[in-house]
Ligand binder design. Structure first.
Ligand SMILES: [Cu+2]
Length: 183
């Protein structure tokens, strides 16, 4: 059996996904076109794998066979490292994948073509029925990070969520502590 293993880290993600999707031009183009509102001028980054020593908070999430994450909406502050403790309450396998809306949609199109595809990365967690998984993630950029279960049918049925990352308060533009040399 041939598996398509997607080890997508940072820019590798897009390159590999784009490469794979190029084979399925029609579907891919549709997905890319419809997933285009997430950008600005800067490409959004969802953050990076977190370190245990930097965890600021633990958040519990349930995965249910009703194709829901409970809860599905989270509010955190920029710079926080979250320990997600994700419990699969159902009888089906589910996954917890972080990404931009666009990346998740693209990835989902690939999953539909290759439902048996194995994929693993720091930003995705696969949890068997009755099991609990953990993911540490550092949210380094303000904005929204999306959550999805990319198993075929699940994402479309609404198995998704959003992490709102509130911008860290910065004093003023360009202030780099250079005015702090009293004494
Ligand atoms: Cu699922």
């Amino acid at each position: 059996m041939n598996y398509f293993i997607f080890k997508h880290k940072k820019t590798m993600t897009k390159l590999q996904l784009t490469f794979s999707l190029a084979t399925f031009t029609l579907i891919a183009n549709t997905a890319i076109a419809s997933g285009n509102h997430a950008g600005g001028h800067d490409a959004p980054t969802i953050g990076e794998a977190g370190k245990a020593a930097q965890v600021t908070r633990t958040i519990q999430v349930e995965m249910r066979d009703t194709m829901r994450f409970v809860p599905a909406n989270f509010s955190i502050k920029q710079g926080e490292t979250i320990r997600f403790v994700v419990k699969n309450m159902g009888k089906l396998k589910h996954e917890f994948t972080l990404g931009t809306d666009k990346d998740l949609k693209e990835h989902y199109e690939v999953m539909k073509k290759f439902p048996e595809m194995e994929h693993a990365d720091d930003n995705m967690l696969s949890v068997a029925p009755g099991q609990t998984g953990e993911m540490l993630w550092k949210f380094s950029q303000a904005g929204s990070v999306n959550i999805a279960c990319l198993h075929v049918g699940h994402y479309e049925a609404g198995m998704k969520g959003v992490v709102k990352v509130e911008a860290k308060k910065v004093p003023t533009n360009g202030a780099k502590n250079d005015s702090h040399l009293s004494h």
